[in-house]
Design a protein around this ligand. Structure first.
Ligand code: NAD
Length: 499
């Protein structure tokens, strides 16, 4: 289904999901796994078709659609269908036997209910699946809203589950901001949102109004730091891929490079050569929308005005003046003087790699961290030990050493960020903290008439409780503890006599 959903129809889709969810959650986890395993084969069988739809809608190269959308999605299904049973297994918790005798405590994870999944256009298949798959396996119903730019990819995602999950368990609503807004305002238990900061704020407000939890994965302005001892060949190839993949329309794109001055010239030359070797239509495509291209062109123009120099690429004047708005923008490398322009501060989301020269690693880290975003960052150096120390100084949810950005495709790896990148965590077992809620169950085997702390409140009760606390947690040493033990026995006898 690719037609826009009327805003009034959104609550009906949510109601159907709510009605279907309890029976789905009542199945054993093993049964949900059994039913959902075939989704993986569907993804693989339809991989080329998925790639084709994505290419049509957002113009990314076929290889990227296959490697970045279809194949990692099969891995996501494989990971969660393997891991989820153990992860949802109730966990026995150990309580202090002296203070809480005869009590069995268990921590369970319960589905949240109906999860709204609102997604952007830049990875229209892989991004929704990395939440929809674990959300469903955990027993939730999902109502999915793809971006209005990628309705066909969205419909394709929903179709992967047709006949596999019961009717209503996965609902699809199509449309733009009004439909997304209606979904946030509907009877949902959680909103998982990926998109821009501006929309993320609106989603956060809508959720706060209803006290519904939200997971927000927003923008980035990710930095790569290239140190003087880096393997420059690898650094140049890796940084260019990290910046230009998906025409730079990637939340984890490298949007700033800080390079140590000793190697700045050599690195820049290598980067220029790699960028010049990229082939239009094969290695890179156009931007997804003309609006996106306009932002990219503006950022580069403003940086130029502020003294930046184009190393390669940039919009030709003819492109900018063309009557028909174009989506094309050549992969571009810019040498910048400082971090004051939007090109170094705001999310560009395009095939532009700004390079800034730094005196040393401290300056690089300071400038990398001085961003209101904090999604991913990378360090390029041969000194692994030093890099591991430096990694802890970076304000980013994901830090990679001699690599960049690809971990978003790893189902084992958490994806999260600082500041305006938002407060979502997708990927990894940590995602389950969002997609489920804890239920703590305590079963008491005691046959006594009353607990120590029940009525009546007496001096003996306080004495027992204080002695127990001292025994449990005093750091005063052995004699203090022995004293507490004697006081405890005495107080317990007094309490037993009704004192
Ligand atoms: P966007 O914010 O314009 O739209 C995202 C989704 O929100 C779309 O489905 C849109 O229809 C919907 N929407 C719009 N208004 C809404 C409202 N008022 N209430 C609810 N939903 C509403 O973002 P985009 O342009 O589609 O995507 C690009 C952005 O996504 C970039 O900023 C990028 O960094 C970010 N992104 C982040 C991650 C991450 O993991 N952190 C991953 C991919 C993309």
């Amino acid at each position: 289904m690719t037609d826009t959903t009327a805003a009034e129809e959104v609550s009906a889709v949510v109601a159907r999901a709510r009605a279907a969810q309890p029976a789905w959650a009542a199945l054993t986890v093993a049964e949900r796994v059994r039913r959902m395993k075939p989704v993986k084969d569907r993804v693989l069988d339809r991989a080329e078709a998925i790639a084709k739809v994505v290419c049509e809608e957002v113009g990314k190269p076929a290889v990227e659609a296959l490697l970045g959308e279809a194949l990692p999605s099969a891995d996501v299904v494989q990971y969660w269908t393997r891991a989820i049973e153990e992860l949802l297994e109730p966990e026995d918790l150990e309580l202090d036997a002296l203070a809480y005798p005869g009590k069995d405590a268990t921590l369970e994870r319960e589905a949240r209910g109906v999860v709204a999944v609102i997604m952007p256009w830049n990875f229209p298949v892989a991004l929704p699946l990395r939440t929809i798959v674990p959300a469903l396996l955990a027993g939730n119903a999902v109502v999915f809203k793809p971006s209005e730019v990628t309705p066909k990819s969205g419909a394709f995602v929903a179709e992967l589950f047709a006949g596999i999950v019961p009717d209503g368990v996965l609902g699809l609503v199509q449309g733009g901001g009004d439909v997304g807004g209606a979904l946030c305002g509907a009877d949902v238990d959680l909103v998982v949102f990926t998109g821009s900061v501006a929309t993320g704020r609106k989603v956060a407000h809508a959720c706060a109004e209803k006290l519904v939890p939200s997971s927000l994965e927003l923008g980035g302005k990710d930095a790569a730091i290239v140190l003087a001892d880096a393997n420059l060949e690898r650094a140049a190839n890796g940084v260019v891929w990290g910046a230009m993949m998906n025409a730079g329309q990637n939340c984890a794109s490298i949007e700033r490079v800080y390079v140590e001055k000793e190697i700045a010239e050599e690195f820049t030359e290598k980067v220029r050569d790699v960028v010049k070797s990229l082939r239009a239509g094969v290695d890179f495509g156009p931007l997804a929308t003309t609006a996106q291209r306009a932002i990219v062109a503006r950022h580069v123009a403003e940086a130029k005005e502020a003294g930046a120099t184009i190393v390669t690429g940039g919009a030709g004047e003819a492109d900018d003046a063309a009557a028909e708005p174009s989506r094309d923008y050549a992969p571009t490398v810019v040498r910048v003087k400082d971090d004051e322009t939007p090109l170094m501060r705001d999310e560009t989301f395009g095939p532009v790699l700004p390079i800034a020269v730094v005196d040393g690693v401290d300056e690089a880290i300071r400038r990398a961290n001085a961003s209101r975003y904090g999604l991913t960052a990378s360090l390029w150096t041969k000194d692994r030990k030093r890099a591991l120390v430096l990694a802890r100084k970076l304000r980013a949810g994901v830090v990679t050493i001699n690599n960049h950005g690809f971990t978003g495709a790893l189902p084992e790896a958490p994806w999260s960020g600082h500041g305006e990148t938002g407060w979502g965590i997708t990927g990894s077992t940590l995602a389950l903290d969002t997609l489920t809620r804890p239920r703590f169950v305590l079963a008491d085997r005691s046959r006594g008439a009353r607990e120590l702390w029940w009525y009546p409140y007496t001096p003996a009760l306080t004495a027992v409780a204080t002695a127990m606390a001292t025994l449990r947690s005093s750091t005063r040493g052995l004699f203090a503890r022995i004293g507490a033990l004697f006081r405890l026995v005495g107080a317990m006898l007094a309490r037993a006599r009704g004192g």
